[in-house]
Design a binder for this molecule. Structure first.
Ligand code: MSP
Length: 509
Protein backbone atom coordinates (compact mmCIF):
# COMPACT_ATOMS: atom_id res chain seq x y z
CA UNK A 1 0.00 0.00 0.00
CA UNK A 2 1.36 3.42 -0.88
CA UNK A 3 1.66 5.71 2.11
CA UNK A 4 0.36 9.23 2.33
CA UNK A 5 3.69 11.01 1.88
CA UNK A 6 3.81 14.57 3.19
CA UNK A 7 6.78 16.92 3.46
CA UNK A 8 7.63 20.35 4.83
CA UNK A 9 10.15 22.66 3.19
CA UNK A 10 13.62 21.99 4.52
CA UNK A 11 14.82 24.93 6.61
CA UNK A 12 17.90 26.93 5.75
CA UNK A 13 20.68 26.09 8.14
CA UNK A 14 22.01 29.64 8.21
CA UNK A 15 19.95 30.79 11.17
CA UNK A 16 17.93 29.79 14.18
CA UNK A 17 14.39 28.48 14.13
CA UNK A 18 11.56 31.01 14.39
CA UNK A 19 7.78 31.09 14.43
CA UNK A 20 7.57 30.64 10.64
CA UNK A 21 9.50 27.36 10.79
CA UNK A 22 7.53 26.25 13.84
CA UNK A 23 4.21 26.98 12.16
CA UNK A 24 4.98 25.03 9.02
CA UNK A 25 5.94 22.02 11.09
CA UNK A 26 2.84 22.22 13.25
CA UNK A 27 0.57 22.63 10.22
CA UNK A 28 2.13 19.64 8.48
CA UNK A 29 1.99 17.64 11.68
CA UNK A 30 -1.71 18.43 12.10
CA UNK A 31 -2.33 17.16 8.57
CA UNK A 32 -0.20 14.06 9.19
CA UNK A 33 -2.00 13.25 12.43
CA UNK A 34 -5.38 13.99 10.87
CA UNK A 35 -4.62 11.53 8.05
CA UNK A 36 -3.48 8.89 10.52
CA UNK A 37 -6.77 9.47 12.34
CA UNK A 38 -8.49 8.84 9.02
CA UNK A 39 -6.71 5.52 8.75
CA UNK A 40 -3.98 6.44 6.25
CA UNK A 41 -0.49 5.09 6.58
CA UNK A 42 1.45 8.35 6.71
CA UNK A 43 5.08 9.06 5.92
CA UNK A 44 6.06 12.51 7.15
CA UNK A 45 9.36 14.12 6.16
CA UNK A 46 11.03 17.30 7.34
CA UNK A 47 14.65 18.37 7.36
CA UNK A 48 17.43 20.88 6.89
CA UNK A 49 18.88 22.63 3.83
CA UNK A 50 22.58 22.79 4.63
CA UNK A 51 24.54 23.98 1.60
CA UNK A 52 25.17 27.36 0.04
CA UNK A 53 26.95 30.63 0.34
CA UNK A 54 25.24 31.86 3.47
CA UNK A 55 26.10 28.73 5.40
CA UNK A 56 29.70 28.97 4.20
CA UNK A 57 29.81 32.59 5.38
CA UNK A 58 28.17 31.90 8.74
CA UNK A 59 30.69 29.11 9.41
CA UNK A 60 33.63 31.31 8.37
CA UNK A 61 32.43 34.06 10.71
CA UNK A 62 32.55 31.60 13.60
CA UNK A 63 35.84 30.18 12.45
CA UNK A 64 34.52 26.63 12.23
CA UNK A 65 34.02 24.26 9.33
CA UNK A 66 30.69 24.43 7.47
CA UNK A 67 29.99 20.83 8.53
CA UNK A 68 30.58 21.62 12.21
CA UNK A 69 28.35 24.66 11.80
CA UNK A 70 25.42 22.79 10.21
CA UNK A 71 25.78 19.99 12.75
CA UNK A 72 25.13 22.48 15.53
CA UNK A 73 22.24 24.09 13.66
CA UNK A 74 20.70 20.67 13.02
CA UNK A 75 20.66 20.03 16.77
CA UNK A 76 18.68 23.24 17.24
CA UNK A 77 16.14 22.51 14.49
CA UNK A 78 15.68 18.91 15.59
CA UNK A 79 15.11 20.14 19.14
CA UNK A 80 12.34 22.35 17.77
CA UNK A 81 10.64 19.32 16.21
CA UNK A 82 10.88 17.42 19.43
CA UNK A 83 9.61 20.30 21.49
CA UNK A 84 6.62 20.82 19.22
CA UNK A 85 5.77 17.11 19.32
CA UNK A 86 6.18 16.81 15.54
CA UNK A 87 5.50 13.22 14.46
CA UNK A 88 7.88 13.13 11.49
CA UNK A 89 9.02 9.70 10.35
CA UNK A 90 12.27 10.94 8.84
CA UNK A 91 14.55 13.97 9.08
CA UNK A 92 16.70 14.66 6.05
CA UNK A 93 19.88 16.74 6.02
CA UNK A 94 21.21 17.67 2.61
CA UNK A 95 24.79 16.91 3.68
CA UNK A 96 23.90 13.24 4.16
CA UNK A 97 25.49 10.73 1.80
CA UNK A 98 22.09 9.36 0.74
CA UNK A 99 21.13 12.80 -0.53
CA UNK A 100 24.38 13.79 -2.22
CA UNK A 101 24.26 10.52 -4.13
CA UNK A 102 20.75 11.11 -5.46
CA UNK A 103 21.52 14.70 -6.48
CA UNK A 104 24.58 13.53 -8.41
CA UNK A 105 22.69 10.64 -10.02
CA UNK A 106 19.97 13.01 -11.21
CA UNK A 107 22.49 15.48 -12.60
CA UNK A 108 24.40 12.76 -14.36
CA UNK A 109 21.29 11.32 -15.94
CA UNK A 110 20.07 14.74 -17.12
CA UNK A 111 23.55 15.48 -18.49
CA UNK A 112 23.60 12.14 -20.32
CA UNK A 113 20.21 12.92 -21.83
CA UNK A 114 21.45 16.29 -23.08
CA UNK A 115 19.22 18.26 -20.72
CA UNK A 116 22.21 20.07 -19.21
CA UNK A 117 24.72 22.15 -21.19
CA UNK A 118 27.65 24.44 -20.45
CA UNK A 119 27.22 28.13 -21.21
CA UNK A 120 28.75 31.52 -20.55
CA UNK A 121 27.13 34.00 -18.22
CA UNK A 122 27.98 37.66 -18.14
CA UNK A 123 26.05 39.94 -15.85
CA UNK A 124 25.18 40.78 -12.27
CA UNK A 125 25.17 38.44 -9.33
CA UNK A 126 23.79 38.71 -5.79
CA UNK A 127 25.82 36.64 -3.34
CA UNK A 128 23.23 37.13 -0.63
CA UNK A 129 20.44 35.62 -2.74
CA UNK A 130 22.83 33.35 -4.66
CA UNK A 131 21.05 34.57 -7.74
CA UNK A 132 21.95 35.96 -11.17
CA UNK A 133 20.16 39.25 -11.70
CA UNK A 134 18.47 40.75 -14.68
CA UNK A 135 17.84 44.33 -15.69
CA UNK A 136 14.22 43.96 -14.65
CA UNK A 137 15.34 43.26 -11.07
CA UNK A 138 16.64 46.83 -10.65
CA UNK A 139 14.84 49.61 -8.78
CA UNK A 140 13.39 52.37 -10.90
CA UNK A 141 16.40 54.58 -10.16
CA UNK A 142 18.77 51.88 -11.42
CA UNK A 143 20.01 50.74 -8.01
CA UNK A 144 19.57 47.17 -6.80
CA UNK A 145 16.93 46.38 -4.16
CA UNK A 146 18.14 45.90 -0.55
CA UNK A 147 17.34 42.18 -0.52
CA UNK A 148 20.16 41.43 -2.99
CA UNK A 149 22.87 42.79 -0.68
CA UNK A 150 26.13 43.50 -2.46
CA UNK A 151 25.75 43.02 -6.23
CA UNK A 152 28.80 42.36 -8.38
CA UNK A 153 29.38 42.08 -12.12
CA UNK A 154 30.75 38.71 -13.14
CA UNK A 155 31.56 36.68 -16.25
CA UNK A 156 31.78 32.93 -15.86
CA UNK A 157 30.99 29.59 -17.43
CA UNK A 158 28.33 27.49 -15.79
CA UNK A 159 26.03 24.55 -16.39
CA UNK A 160 22.46 25.18 -17.45
CA UNK A 161 19.39 23.00 -17.26
CA UNK A 162 17.04 23.31 -20.25
CA UNK A 163 14.09 24.63 -18.33
CA UNK A 164 12.68 26.76 -21.13
CA UNK A 165 11.85 23.88 -23.42
CA UNK A 166 9.33 22.60 -20.87
CA UNK A 167 7.33 25.79 -20.59
CA UNK A 168 4.45 24.69 -22.83
CA UNK A 169 4.33 21.30 -21.19
CA UNK A 170 4.10 22.90 -17.71
CA UNK A 171 1.31 25.26 -18.77
CA UNK A 172 -0.63 22.34 -20.15
CA UNK A 173 0.00 20.27 -17.05
CA UNK A 174 -1.32 23.04 -14.79
CA UNK A 175 -4.36 23.55 -16.97
CA UNK A 176 -5.15 19.86 -16.88
CA UNK A 177 -4.54 19.59 -13.12
CA UNK A 178 -6.36 22.57 -11.61
CA UNK A 179 -5.99 21.10 -8.10
CA UNK A 180 -2.22 20.80 -8.23
CA UNK A 181 -1.73 23.81 -5.97
CA UNK A 182 -3.77 24.64 -2.87
CA UNK A 183 -5.18 27.27 -2.50
CA UNK A 184 -6.33 27.46 -6.10
CA UNK A 185 -5.60 31.14 -6.66
CA UNK A 186 -1.90 30.34 -6.25
CA UNK A 187 -2.08 28.14 -9.33
CA UNK A 188 -3.43 31.12 -11.26
CA UNK A 189 -0.39 33.11 -10.13
CA UNK A 190 1.90 30.45 -11.51
CA UNK A 191 0.07 30.45 -14.84
CA UNK A 192 0.36 34.23 -14.87
CA UNK A 193 4.12 33.92 -14.28
CA UNK A 194 4.34 31.47 -17.18
CA UNK A 195 3.06 34.12 -19.60
CA UNK A 196 6.65 35.43 -19.69
CA UNK A 197 9.23 33.21 -21.37
CA UNK A 198 11.30 31.07 -18.98
CA UNK A 199 15.09 31.21 -18.96
CA UNK A 200 17.18 28.08 -18.64
CA UNK A 201 18.28 27.46 -15.06
CA UNK A 202 21.90 27.84 -14.03
CA UNK A 203 22.49 24.82 -11.80
CA UNK A 204 26.17 25.22 -10.95
CA UNK A 205 28.48 27.56 -9.08
CA UNK A 206 32.24 27.55 -9.68
CA UNK A 207 34.11 26.08 -6.71
CA UNK A 208 36.40 29.11 -6.75
CA UNK A 209 33.46 31.19 -5.54
CA UNK A 210 31.47 28.65 -3.54
CA UNK A 211 32.90 25.50 -2.05
CA UNK A 212 30.11 24.41 0.24
CA UNK A 213 27.92 22.44 -2.11
CA UNK A 214 27.51 19.09 -3.81
CA UNK A 215 30.17 18.66 -6.51
CA UNK A 216 28.73 18.29 -10.02
CA UNK A 217 29.46 14.69 -11.08
CA UNK A 218 30.67 15.51 -14.58
CA UNK A 219 32.81 18.53 -13.62
CA UNK A 220 34.37 18.63 -10.18
CA UNK A 221 35.29 22.32 -10.54
CA UNK A 222 31.67 23.16 -9.85
CA UNK A 223 29.18 22.64 -7.05
CA UNK A 224 25.41 22.41 -7.31
CA UNK A 225 23.16 25.47 -7.04
CA UNK A 226 21.24 25.25 -3.73
CA UNK A 227 17.75 24.88 -5.17
CA UNK A 228 18.76 22.10 -7.52
CA UNK A 229 20.17 20.38 -4.44
CA UNK A 230 17.44 21.21 -1.92
CA UNK A 231 14.34 20.28 -3.95
CA UNK A 232 15.66 16.78 -4.53
CA UNK A 233 15.51 16.06 -0.77
CA UNK A 234 11.87 15.00 -1.14
CA UNK A 235 12.84 12.35 -3.64
CA UNK A 236 15.96 11.20 -1.78
CA UNK A 237 14.02 10.46 1.37
CA UNK A 238 11.35 8.49 -0.52
CA UNK A 239 13.97 5.93 -1.60
CA UNK A 240 12.35 6.06 -5.04
CA UNK A 241 15.78 6.08 -6.69
CA UNK A 242 16.55 2.82 -4.89
CA UNK A 243 13.45 1.29 -6.39
CA UNK A 244 11.07 1.79 -3.46
CA UNK A 245 7.69 2.95 -4.80
CA UNK A 246 5.88 2.92 -1.46
CA UNK A 247 6.13 6.66 -0.91
CA UNK A 248 6.84 8.59 -4.10
CA UNK A 249 5.08 10.55 -5.55
CA UNK A 250 4.58 12.81 -2.56
CA UNK A 251 0.94 13.59 -1.79
CA UNK A 252 1.66 17.08 -0.45
CA UNK A 253 4.66 19.36 -0.30
CA UNK A 254 3.78 21.93 2.37
CA UNK A 255 5.61 25.20 1.71
CA UNK A 256 5.40 28.93 2.42
CA UNK A 257 4.24 31.35 -0.26
CA UNK A 258 7.76 32.76 -0.79
CA UNK A 259 9.11 29.53 -2.24
CA UNK A 260 6.27 28.60 -4.58
CA UNK A 261 7.62 30.63 -7.49
CA UNK A 262 9.80 29.71 -9.18
CA UNK A 263 11.33 26.88 -7.11
CA UNK A 264 8.42 24.54 -6.31
CA UNK A 265 6.04 25.36 -9.12
CA UNK A 266 8.51 25.73 -12.02
CA UNK A 267 11.91 24.16 -11.31
CA UNK A 268 10.68 21.12 -9.40
CA UNK A 269 7.96 19.85 -11.78
CA UNK A 270 10.24 20.41 -14.76
CA UNK A 271 13.22 18.68 -13.11
CA UNK A 272 11.07 15.63 -12.45
CA UNK A 273 9.46 15.68 -15.88
CA UNK A 274 12.88 15.82 -17.53
CA UNK A 275 13.96 12.79 -15.48
CA UNK A 276 10.78 10.89 -16.31
CA UNK A 277 9.85 10.73 -12.61
CA UNK A 278 6.20 11.20 -11.52
CA UNK A 279 5.29 14.63 -10.18
CA UNK A 280 4.12 15.26 -6.60
CA UNK A 281 0.34 15.22 -6.38
CA UNK A 282 -0.07 18.61 -4.68
CA UNK A 283 1.65 21.67 -3.32
CA UNK A 284 0.04 23.19 -0.23
CA UNK A 285 1.03 26.82 0.14
CA UNK A 286 0.62 28.59 3.45
CA UNK A 287 0.91 32.28 4.19
CA UNK A 288 3.28 34.21 6.40
CA UNK A 289 3.19 35.13 10.04
CA UNK A 290 3.83 38.79 10.60
CA UNK A 291 4.20 40.77 13.77
CA UNK A 292 2.10 43.91 13.55
CA UNK A 293 2.03 43.64 9.81
CA UNK A 294 5.77 43.11 9.30
CA UNK A 295 7.17 40.02 7.68
CA UNK A 296 9.02 38.00 10.26
CA UNK A 297 12.47 36.85 9.35
CA UNK A 298 15.95 36.58 10.71
CA UNK A 299 17.27 39.50 8.70
CA UNK A 300 14.77 41.97 10.19
CA UNK A 301 15.39 40.58 13.68
CA UNK A 302 11.65 40.67 14.07
CA UNK A 303 10.99 37.27 15.54
CA UNK A 304 8.81 35.89 18.25
CA UNK A 305 10.60 33.05 19.96
CA UNK A 306 8.42 30.04 19.32
CA UNK A 307 10.29 27.89 21.78
CA UNK A 308 9.72 30.38 24.59
CA UNK A 309 6.00 30.54 23.93
CA UNK A 310 5.64 26.80 23.90
CA UNK A 311 7.63 26.65 27.15
CA UNK A 312 5.52 29.23 28.87
CA UNK A 313 2.04 28.10 27.84
CA UNK A 314 2.50 24.48 26.89
CA UNK A 315 3.24 23.04 23.49
CA UNK A 316 -0.37 22.13 22.76
CA UNK A 317 -1.56 25.64 23.54
CA UNK A 318 0.94 26.93 21.01
CA UNK A 319 -0.16 24.31 18.46
CA UNK A 320 -3.77 25.23 19.12
CA UNK A 321 -3.16 28.93 18.74
CA UNK A 322 -1.32 28.84 15.41
CA UNK A 323 -3.81 26.34 13.97
CA UNK A 324 -6.85 28.26 15.23
CA UNK A 325 -5.55 31.66 14.25
CA UNK A 326 -4.29 31.13 10.72
CA UNK A 327 -6.49 30.29 7.79
CA UNK A 328 -4.28 28.01 5.70
CA UNK A 329 -3.08 29.98 2.71
CA UNK A 330 -3.52 33.45 4.19
CA UNK A 331 -1.19 35.61 6.26
CA UNK A 332 -1.76 36.15 9.96
CA UNK A 333 -0.51 38.67 12.42
CA UNK A 334 0.96 37.27 15.58
CA UNK A 335 -0.10 39.11 18.69
CA UNK A 336 0.59 38.00 22.22
CA UNK A 337 -2.66 39.62 23.27
CA UNK A 338 -4.61 37.43 20.89
CA UNK A 339 -2.67 34.41 22.12
CA UNK A 340 -3.66 35.19 25.71
CA UNK A 341 -7.28 35.78 24.70
CA UNK A 342 -7.52 32.35 23.17
CA UNK A 343 -5.53 30.71 25.94
CA UNK A 344 -7.67 32.16 28.71
CA UNK A 345 -11.03 32.12 26.97
CA UNK A 346 -11.03 29.02 24.82
CA UNK A 347 -8.48 26.70 26.38
CA UNK A 348 -8.56 27.48 30.10
CA UNK A 349 -12.23 28.47 30.42
CA UNK A 350 -14.16 26.54 27.79
CA UNK A 351 -12.15 23.31 27.83
CA UNK A 352 -9.96 23.27 30.95
CA UNK A 353 -12.69 24.28 33.42
CA UNK A 354 -15.11 21.70 32.11
CA UNK A 355 -12.50 18.97 32.51
CA UNK A 356 -11.83 20.04 36.13
CA UNK A 357 -15.53 20.21 36.78
CA UNK A 358 -16.32 16.74 35.51
CA UNK A 359 -13.40 15.25 37.38
CA UNK A 360 -14.58 16.96 40.53
CA UNK A 361 -18.26 16.09 40.12
CA UNK A 362 -17.69 12.42 39.28
CA UNK A 363 -15.41 12.14 42.31
CA UNK A 364 -17.95 13.75 44.64
CA UNK A 365 -21.29 12.51 43.33
CA UNK A 366 -20.45 9.13 41.83
CA UNK A 367 -17.54 7.78 43.91
CA UNK A 368 -15.12 8.56 41.08
CA UNK A 369 -16.88 6.18 38.68
CA UNK A 370 -18.42 7.46 35.46
CA UNK A 371 -22.09 6.44 35.71
CA UNK A 372 -24.53 5.14 33.10
CA UNK A 373 -27.04 7.59 31.61
CA UNK A 374 -30.47 7.04 33.18
CA UNK A 375 -32.72 9.24 31.04
CA UNK A 376 -32.73 10.84 27.60
CA UNK A 377 -34.48 14.18 27.78
CA UNK A 378 -34.54 17.16 25.43
CA UNK A 379 -31.24 18.60 26.65
CA UNK A 380 -29.49 15.23 26.28
CA UNK A 381 -30.90 14.72 22.81
CA UNK A 382 -29.90 18.23 21.79
CA UNK A 383 -26.26 17.88 22.82
CA UNK A 384 -26.00 14.51 21.07
CA UNK A 385 -27.39 16.09 17.92
CA UNK A 386 -24.84 18.90 18.21
CA UNK A 387 -22.13 16.26 18.44
CA UNK A 388 -23.37 14.45 15.31
CA UNK A 389 -23.16 17.75 13.43
CA UNK A 390 -19.68 18.44 14.85
CA UNK A 391 -18.31 15.01 13.94
CA UNK A 392 -19.36 15.45 10.30
CA UNK A 393 -17.94 18.98 10.16
CA UNK A 394 -14.62 17.97 11.71
CA UNK A 395 -13.95 15.43 8.96
CA UNK A 396 -15.19 17.70 6.19
CA UNK A 397 -13.18 20.73 7.32
CA UNK A 398 -10.06 18.74 8.19
CA UNK A 399 -10.00 17.16 4.76
CA UNK A 400 -10.25 20.64 3.23
CA UNK A 401 -7.37 22.01 5.41
CA UNK A 402 -9.82 24.38 7.12
CA UNK A 403 -8.36 23.61 10.50
CA UNK A 404 -9.22 27.01 11.96
CA UNK A 405 -12.89 26.28 11.29
CA UNK A 406 -12.55 22.70 12.43
CA UNK A 407 -11.35 23.96 15.82
CA UNK A 408 -14.09 26.54 15.89
CA UNK A 409 -16.68 23.77 15.45
CA UNK A 410 -15.11 21.67 18.21
CA UNK A 411 -15.12 24.63 20.58
CA UNK A 412 -18.72 25.45 19.71
CA UNK A 413 -19.53 21.92 20.73
CA UNK A 414 -17.62 22.47 24.00
CA UNK A 415 -19.62 25.66 24.55
CA UNK A 416 -22.74 23.56 24.04
CA UNK A 417 -21.50 21.11 26.63
CA UNK A 418 -20.87 23.98 29.05
CA UNK A 419 -24.40 25.29 28.45
CA UNK A 420 -25.75 21.82 29.11
CA UNK A 421 -23.82 21.74 32.40
CA UNK A 422 -25.17 25.14 33.44
CA UNK A 423 -28.69 24.06 32.54
CA UNK A 424 -28.57 20.82 34.50
CA UNK A 425 -26.63 22.25 37.44
CA UNK A 426 -25.49 18.83 38.75
CA UNK A 427 -24.27 20.49 41.99
CA UNK A 428 -27.89 21.44 42.75
CA UNK A 429 -29.25 18.07 41.68
CA UNK A 430 -26.84 16.47 44.14
CA UNK A 431 -28.54 18.30 47.02
CA UNK A 432 -32.09 17.90 45.72
CA UNK A 433 -34.63 15.62 47.38
CA UNK A 434 -36.93 15.71 44.29
CA UNK A 435 -37.83 12.38 42.68
CA UNK A 436 -35.75 11.84 39.54
CA UNK A 437 -33.01 14.24 40.65
CA UNK A 438 -30.52 11.42 41.12
CA UNK A 439 -31.24 10.06 37.60
CA UNK A 440 -30.75 13.49 36.10
CA UNK A 441 -27.52 13.96 38.04
CA UNK A 442 -26.02 10.66 36.89
CA UNK A 443 -27.17 11.28 33.33
CA UNK A 444 -25.51 14.70 33.34
CA UNK A 445 -22.21 13.22 34.48
CA UNK A 446 -22.41 10.53 31.81
CA UNK A 447 -23.27 13.06 29.08
CA UNK A 448 -20.54 15.55 29.99
CA UNK A 449 -17.95 12.76 30.21
CA UNK A 450 -19.02 11.37 26.85
CA UNK A 451 -18.95 14.82 25.22
CA UNK A 452 -15.47 15.46 26.56
CA UNK A 453 -14.27 12.07 25.38
CA UNK A 454 -15.45 12.75 21.84
CA UNK A 455 -14.10 16.31 21.75
CA UNK A 456 -10.73 15.00 22.96
CA UNK A 457 -10.57 12.43 20.17
CA UNK A 458 -11.09 15.06 17.47
CA UNK A 459 -8.69 17.49 19.17
CA UNK A 460 -5.98 14.82 18.92
CA UNK A 461 -4.38 15.93 15.64
CA UNK A 462 -3.96 19.50 16.94
CA UNK A 463 -3.40 18.84 20.66
CA UNK A 464 -2.11 15.27 20.94
CA UNK A 465 -0.88 15.59 24.51
CA UNK A 466 -3.96 17.37 25.88
CA UNK A 467 -6.16 14.85 24.09
CA UNK A 468 -4.35 11.92 25.70
CA UNK A 469 -4.43 13.59 29.10
CA UNK A 470 -8.17 14.23 29.05
CA UNK A 471 -8.85 10.73 27.82
CA UNK A 472 -6.60 9.38 30.57
CA UNK A 473 -8.50 11.40 33.12
CA UNK A 474 -11.70 9.80 31.89
CA UNK A 475 -10.21 6.34 32.27
CA UNK A 476 -9.55 5.85 28.57
CA UNK A 477 -6.43 5.07 26.56
CA UNK A 478 -5.16 7.68 24.03
CA UNK A 479 -7.03 7.42 20.73
CA UNK A 480 -5.42 7.83 17.31
CA UNK A 481 -8.03 6.65 14.80
CA UNK A 482 -11.39 8.32 14.32
CA UNK A 483 -13.03 5.18 12.94
CA UNK A 484 -15.08 3.51 15.66
CA UNK A 485 -14.27 6.26 18.16
CA UNK A 486 -16.61 9.07 17.16
CA UNK A 487 -19.90 7.44 18.09
CA UNK A 488 -21.87 8.72 21.05
CA UNK A 489 -22.13 5.40 22.89
CA UNK A 490 -21.40 6.11 26.58
CA UNK A 491 -18.47 3.71 26.49
CA UNK A 492 -16.93 5.31 29.58
CA UNK A 493 -19.55 3.81 31.89
CA UNK A 494 -17.80 2.21 34.87
CA UNK A 495 -14.43 3.91 34.28
CA UNK A 496 -12.68 5.61 37.17
CA UNK A 497 -11.73 9.25 36.75
CA UNK A 498 -8.13 10.25 37.40
CA UNK A 499 -6.53 12.71 39.77
CA UNK A 500 -7.40 16.39 39.60
CA UNK A 501 -5.21 18.15 37.03
CA UNK A 502 -5.05 21.68 35.77
CA UNK A 503 -4.59 21.48 32.01
CA UNK A 504 -4.11 25.18 31.34
CA UNK A 505 -2.60 26.86 34.38
CA UNK A 506 -2.62 30.62 34.69
CA UNK A 507 0.63 31.93 33.26
CA UNK A 508 3.06 33.32 35.81
CA UNK A 509 3.03 37.11 35.85
N1 MSP B 1 15.59 26.15 2.39
C1 MSP B 1 14.48 26.72 1.72
C2 MSP B 1 13.43 25.69 1.38
C3 MSP B 1 13.91 24.54 0.55
S1 MSP B 1 12.64 23.37 0.28
C4 MSP B 1 13.25 22.33 -0.84
C5 MSP B 1 13.84 27.78 2.62
N2 MSP B 1 14.15 27.73 3.92
S2 MSP B 1 13.61 28.78 5.02
O1 MSP B 1 14.24 28.39 6.27
O2 MSP B 1 13.84 30.11 4.59
O3 MSP B 1 12.08 28.59 5.11
C6 MSP B 1 11.54 27.34 5.47
C7 MSP B 1 10.02 27.41 5.40
O4 MSP B 1 9.55 28.32 6.41
C8 MSP B 1 9.50 27.92 4.06
O5 MSP B 1 8.40 27.16 3.62
C9 MSP B 1 9.09 29.34 4.38
O6 MSP B 1 8.03 29.80 3.57
C10 MSP B 1 8.62 29.18 5.82
N3 MSP B 1 8.62 30.46 6.52
C11 MSP B 1 9.71 31.27 6.76
N4 MSP B 1 9.26 32.39 7.39
C12 MSP B 1 7.91 32.32 7.57
C13 MSP B 1 6.95 33.12 8.24
N5 MSP B 1 7.24 34.28 8.78
N6 MSP B 1 5.69 32.64 8.31
C14 MSP B 1 5.34 31.40 7.84
N7 MSP B 1 6.22 30.64 7.22
C15 MSP B 1 7.48 31.13 6.93
O7 MSP B 1 13.07 28.58 2.11
Amino acid sequence: MKSFYITTAIDYANGSPHLGHAYEKVLTDVIARFRRAQGDSVHFLTGLDEHGQKVQQSAAKRDISPQAFVDSVAVEFQALCEKLNISNDDYIRTTEVRHKQVVRDIQQSLFDKGEIYKGEYHGFYSARQEQFLQEKDRNEDGSWPEIFGEVSEIAEENYYFKLSQYQDWLIEFLQENPDFIFPKYRQKQVLEFLKEPLNDLCISRPKSRLEWGIPIPFDEDYVTYVWFDALINYLTASDFMEGDTGKWPADYHVIGKDILLPAHSIYWPIMLKACGIPLPKHLLVHGFWTTSGNKMSKSTGNTVNALDLADQFGVDSFRYFVTREMKVGQDSDFSEEQFLNRYNGELAKNLGNLVSRIQNMVTRYSDGIIPAAQVNEAADIEIQALWSHTAVKVVELGEAFQFHKMLEEIFQFLSGLNRYTELREPWKLAKSEEPGAKDLLLTSLAVISEGLRLASVVLGPVMPDISARILGLLGSEPVIEFAGNLDWDFRLEGKSVGEKTILFPRPEK
